[in-house]
Write a protein of this length. Structure first.
Lengths: 286, 405
């Protein structure tokens, strides 16, 4: 059971400003059903760019609904320029705090606000797009987003990053990358959590063919297949021809659209990390 | 406010008779059963009697039962205890839907160098027995498959699985924590070698459980120290717990018919009522393959934790497979293994009944649930019409969903 403050409970049981503004000046929508929560924020402004009306719709848990409700209360009467300065910490503080593992709900609020302001500034022409390179493929979180939550919330560990933006909360395959971003933002002393680096090959010595095949198989078995299997999918190593690695997706992964343009890249990235930079992954189509 | 407790697969109420049976051993009879004096030594009779009651419920011999601290210890002790004596055999077979007590133990062994096969399930949560047969090899030391799933209540065919294991000469362990007291069990006729039981799931106390080890099955002890439990599990006997567990087993046997008949009728009433009164609700796991007390229903387009919070305010206790209730960000591994779509996993609610559940309680839940669901759907932007596009990664490339369709 989560230890929610009375304010969180109040905003969950009696959410303020639920609904739709049909002729909204700014609309921001973030999250998805797949990820377990989503937020749509809408606002109207007067000539002085002061927010006169704000509404939201949310699919999510208690703290997601409460965070969205809190955000709308914070926005009322503010100018867009003032609204732009609201951070996820402001949302959490308004609610008297959120459980650490639920901080991502406040970050979702800030993201929706940002998206809505961007939409307003471009006169409704631009829908929010995340920028940067996707680091966490399970939850679709980019390096730029991670950098931002790390610096805004002074995060030190991978676990904290997961709590604040979900990155790393799925297959755990990106923990090394998240740790690198923390280190980059916070400096060497920032990273308190030791990240395990499995099966790194001895550098310098070229691999024999047999060693390369064994290492490819081991990397797939340890780094890639567990995450796929957890979702009812799998992958098979078909052949290794020099630096060309041919794989085939099985089970649910074989029919998944996301597999086509993400999973082969993820597999390649893992193999380049653990086997060698020269690896090229090809997918064998049925 | 009255508490309506429909979370009996998590834990169950201690039966009043169980508490009464335990109290003397927490008060006046505090002795150590291993002592030479009568004050302590006489407690051996109580332990023996409790073991008799448990053996009667399970259809086994009393000396085939080792008392443990609960289901998790029994699972750990069974799996590790078997493997330790078979160092040449480095392969374990289990399923993707096991309780964490088995799943995490097996995965840890995998990290220690064992080969692990986790068998998948179909959309109804059933195992493919042909896949099990094919997974067995000369290296296979153990098959561990739960009797009934804690989240969906889906029962696995013990007879068939045990026979496959026996034909292949492989040991078979089952986590029967959810099944004991809810379905008839006769280990004399069943090809099961090891079986885990938990006291608090059958109206006994927490902190006590059993591990059944078929006679002739060699097992390395998990806890070493004193000579208790035939030298198979050291530690001063938890006399009040053991007495309570014995009483709980005795009561479970008396009430078994009601569990199979009365509780299942109430469960059906709840399930039918919820499905007919709530839009976009679907059951996870076909009814005829399930325990009599469990129903797992997905309310699409709403999130499980939010449902539980609103139910909690009405005094209704249930649980959810949603990501937000697990402390992790991943929703139920059981429902995902069954291929339940995303629109439904996050809004899954498990109701698990007991012999103390009444018709009034069931009707109250059926009355209140539609309001709870509609209230949350009123806040949500997702409906049946737009959910598909909202969830599909190709429509929203900036938010990739996990790799599955």
């Amino acid at each position: 059971m989560w230890d929610y403050t009375e304010k969180v409970k109040d905003h969950f049981f009696n959410p303020r400003n639920v609904g739709v503004i049909d002729d909204a000046d700014g609309v921001g929508e973030v999250g998805s059903l797949a990820c377990g929560d989503a937020l749509k924020l809408m606002f109207k402004v007067d000539e002085a760019e002061r927010i006169t009306d704000v509404k939201f719709q949310t699919f999510g848990c208690g703290s997601a609904i409460a965070s969205a409700s809190a955000l709308t209360e914070l926005l009322k009467g503010k100018t867009v320029a003032e609204a732009e300065k609201i951070t996820n910490q402001d949302i959490a503080a308004y609610l008297g705090g959120l459980p650490e593992q639920k901080m991502h709900c406040s970050v979702m609020g800030r993201e929706a606000l940002e998206a809505a302001i961007e939409n307003f500034r471009t006169g409704g022409r631009v829908e929010h797009k995340l920028s940067g390179k996707v680091v966490c493929t399970c939850f679709g979180v980019t390096d730029e987003e991670i950098r931002r939550v790390v610096s805004e919330n002074n995060l030190q560990t991978v676990e904290q990053v997961t709590n604040y933006c979900k990155a790393g909360g799925g297959c755990a395959g990106c923990h090394t990358d998240i740790a690198a971003i923390i280190k980059e933002v916070q400096g060497e002393q920032g990273l308190q959590q030791v990240v395990e680096r499995p099966v790194a090959p001895a550098k310098g010595k070229p691999l024999t063919n047999i060693q390369r095949i064994a290492l490819v198989q081991r990397t797939l078995d340890e780094q890639v297949r567990p995450a796929l299997q957890a979702d009812g999918g799998d992958l098979e190593l078909i052949d290794v021809d020099g630096s060309r690695v041919i794989i085939a997706f099985r089970g649910m992964c074989a029919q998944c659209h996301a597999a086509e343009y993400t999973m082969a890249d993820v597999v390649q990235a893992k193999l380049r990390e653990f086997v060698g930079e020269e690896i090229e992954v090809e997918e064998q189509k049925p | 406010m009255k508490t309506i407790y429909l979370d009996n697969n998590a834990t169950s109420r201690v039966a009043p008779e169980v508490l009464d049976a335990m109290l003397p051993y927490l008060k006046e009879y505090y002795g150590n059963a291993s002592s030479m004096h009568t004050f302590g030594g006489q407690l051996r009779h109580q332990i023996d009697a409790a073991r008799q009651s448990a053996a009667a419920l399970l259809g086994c011999e009393p000396d085939e039962l080792i008392v443990t601290s609960g289901g998790t210890e029994s699972d750990n002790a069974a799996i590790r205890g078997v493997l330790r004596l078979r160092p040449q055999q480095r392969h374990i077979i289990t399923t993707r839907v096991e309780h964490p007590a088995v799943r995490t133990t097996c995965r840890q062994l995998q990290r220690e160098g064992y080969r692990l096969t986790e068998l998948g399930v179909d959309g109804q949560g059933r195992l493919d027995l042909e896949a099990l047969r094919q997974a067995i090899g000369p290296e296979t030391a153990l098959i561990s498959v739960m009797w009934a799933n804690n989240e969906t209540g889906v029962i696995f065919p013990m007879e068939e699985i045990g026979q496959i294991a026996r034909d292949a000469g492989v040991l078979f362990h089952t986590d029967a924590v959810q099944a004991v007291g809810k379905v008839p069990i006769n280990l004399r006729e069943l090809p099961v070698d090891l079986l885990s039981v938990s006291g608090h799931k059958l109206h006994g106390p927490k902190g006590v459980g059993l591990l059944y080890v078929r006679r002739g099955t060699s097992l390395s002890p998990f806890m070493v120290g004193g000579h208790q439990e035939y030298g198979k599990r050291a530690g001063t006997e938890n006399v009040p717990g053991i007495v309570g567990l014995g009483k709980a087993c005795e009561l479970a046997q008396q009430h078994l018919e009601h569990e199979m008949d009365g509780v299942s009728k109430l469960r059906d009433r709840l399930e039918d009522g919820l499905l007919s009164h709530c839009l976009d609700a679907r059951v996870n796991g076909e009814r005829r393959y399930r325990l009599p007390n469990t129903t797992n229903i997905s309310f699409e387009f709403v999130e499980g934790e939010a449902i539980l919070l609103l139910l909690d305010r009405l005094g209704i206790c249930a649980s959810s497979g949603s990501a937000c209730t697990s402390g992790s960000l991943e929703p139920s591994h059981v429902l995902r293994a069954m291929g339940v779509p995303f629109t439904a996993v996050h809004g899954s609610i498990r109701f698990s009944l007991s012999r103390y559940t009444t018709e009034e309680e069931v009707d109250y839940v059926v009355r209140e649930m539609p309001g709870v669901i509609e209230r949350l759907r009123g806040i949500s932007m997702f409906t049946e019409d737009n959910a598909r596009t909202a969830a599909a990664p190709q429509e929203r490339p900036e938010r990739l969903s996990p790799p599955r369709s």
